[in-house]
Design a protein around this ligand. Structure first.
Ligand code: GDP
Length: 443
């Protein structure tokens, strides 16, 4: 996950301050020196770092950090606020045309993730009950049109294409007409990319721009490329007047510098962050939540939003009823795992829970996808009756399940023990709560 190095370095700085009852100006200076190094190491633009540290220092010395009994907390608060400001302050939302369709032009270098992001954005808009139309405007990269068509099919969003013989300007023009005639309220135009910024590409993009007059020009940049991403953004912005940036590949091992520098260098807000190759791995970019994640303070708000949009509330209610009545079976257990998986890779979910990011690094808490896969295999190797009445799973049955799932007897035993434990706790809890609420026992 991105920012890991930065997060742990910043946490070290803060924990040193936290250990102190009172801090001196020297302590603040020393902490700021370390913050500066941490940011530089995370590949944040040199000038941005300089300004950032100066601002934090000024605030830290100006406020009563040195008088405070919790100086560490005060400094974290200042850094948190400044990081948020650095990334744009508040969420920059997608503009909307007064009269539909809202036209979004996607630009960027080849391989940045433009086509994938166009599909993700279409899916996101569709989820919000809009009717997007995707436009295959990259006629140069051999597989780009096909790639968009496959994506469109996968998410059930129409794709407008005139093949690779018509000019992109003409394609864009006709697609706009098509959207108007077919009631599409969002038009997402995928354009060609190059390996490097060149004049020919810019000229083509400018022509498309003047033809369709987009409400949004979103530049897709690969966060893994660090400062290069920022330079690309700067160049595009000077030539095209971007309205926003989409940072992709934040799921990778990026140090995060691009996310922290783009807004400050270009003045252009980050509107979305992409955290994976899957079609739903796109999130609106919230500077305050990102700052909180960087500082290892989690991001419960994003997690709750993910849960709300992905979890079936009817199923959740039914599950709660089963738990209360201690009717929970292995089938329900699998179902629960499925629901959790819908939220995204476990690794990313853990990062959103305050404190979990750090805990995750401890060996005993390695909850990974592979492990979840093994647990699923064990449950799936059980017969229908075994799943419904786990109590009948004796030694012989356990041996058969281990062989069937390609796991070991010890793993099967462990899972069943954990499951029993879970059921026991659910039962205790529901006994305590009773059908109408607490029975007055201490929890
Ligand atoms: P384009 O040339 O800009 O249209 O780039 P593509 O959309 O074809 O993406 C290039 C590669 O990056 C593909 O293999 C994508 O699956 C991958 N990709 C795009 N976005 C992300 C992301 O957020 N995370 C990861 N890990 N891969 C991504």
């Amino acid at each position: 996950m991105a920012f890991e190095g930065l997060t742990s370095r910043l946490q070290n700085v803060f924990s040193k301050l936290r250990g102190k009852g009172k801090v001196s100006e020297d302590d603040v200076n020393e902490a700021m020196r370390e913050v500066r190094l941490a940011l530089l190491e995370a590949d944040v633009n040199f000038k941005v770092v300089k300004d950032f540290v100066a601002k934090v220092k000024e605030k830290a010395i100006g406020t009563d950090v040195m008088e405070s009994f919790t100086p560490g907390m005060v400094i974290i608060d200042i850094v948190n606020k400044e990081l948020t400001e650095l990334m744009g302050g508040s969420q920059a939302k997608l503009s909307k045309a007064n009269k539909p369709p809202t036209v979004i032009m996607m630009v960027g270098l080849q391989g940045a993730g433009k086509t994938t992001t166009s599909g993700k954005l279409a899916k996101m808009l569709q989820k919000q009950n809009h009717r997007p139309l995707l436009v295959a405007g990259d006629i140069y990269r051999p597989a780009a049109i096909k790639q968009l068509q496959v994506l469109g099919e996968q998410i059930n969003v129409p794709v407008f294409s005139l093949g690779d013989k018509t000019s992109p300007v003409e394609i864009a023009k006709q697609s706009l007409q098509h959207a108007k005639e077919n009631g599409n309220d969002y038009l997402i135009v995928d354009t060609a990319g190059r390996l490097h910024v060149d004049e020919e590409l810019m000229e083509e993009l400018r022509q498309i721009h003047s033809e369709i007059k987009p409400d949004e020009v979103l530049l897709v940049v690969d966060a893994m490329t660090g400062q290069d991403a920022v330079n690309v953004a700067d160049t595009f912005n000077k030539q095209l007047e971007l309205t926003g940036v989409v940072l992709t590949k934040l799921d990778g091992d990026t140090r995060g510098g691009a996310a922290l520098s783009v807004k400050a260098v270009t003045g252009c807000p980050i509107k979305f962050a992409a955290l994976g190759e899957k079609i739903d791995a796109l999130e609106p970019f919230h500077p305050e939540r990102m700052a909180s994640r960087i500082l290892g303070m989690g991001d419960m708000l994003s997690l709750i939003e993910k849960a709300q949009s992905n979890i079936d509330t009817e199923k959740a209610k039914e599950m709660e009823r089963k738990m209360r009545n201690a009717e929970f079976t292995f089938d329900d257990f699998l179902e629960q795992m499925e629901q959790v998986k819908k939220l995204g890779p476990i690794d990313q979910i853990m990062d959103m829970i305050p404190g979990m990011g750090k805990l995750k690094q401890t060996k005993d808490l390695k909850v990974d996808e592979k492990q979840m896969g093994r647990i699923e295999a064990i449950v799936q190797s059980m017969t229908k009756t075994e799943k419904q009445s786990p109590d009948i799973i004796n030694h012989n049955r356990r041996k058969r399940i281990a062989t069937g799932s390609g796991t070991s007897l010890a793993e099967v035993n462990r899972l069943i023990k954990q499951f029993d434990e879970m059921r026991r706790m659910m039962k205790q809890f529901s006994d305590m709560m009773g059908p109408k609420g607490p029975k007055g026992k201490a929890l």
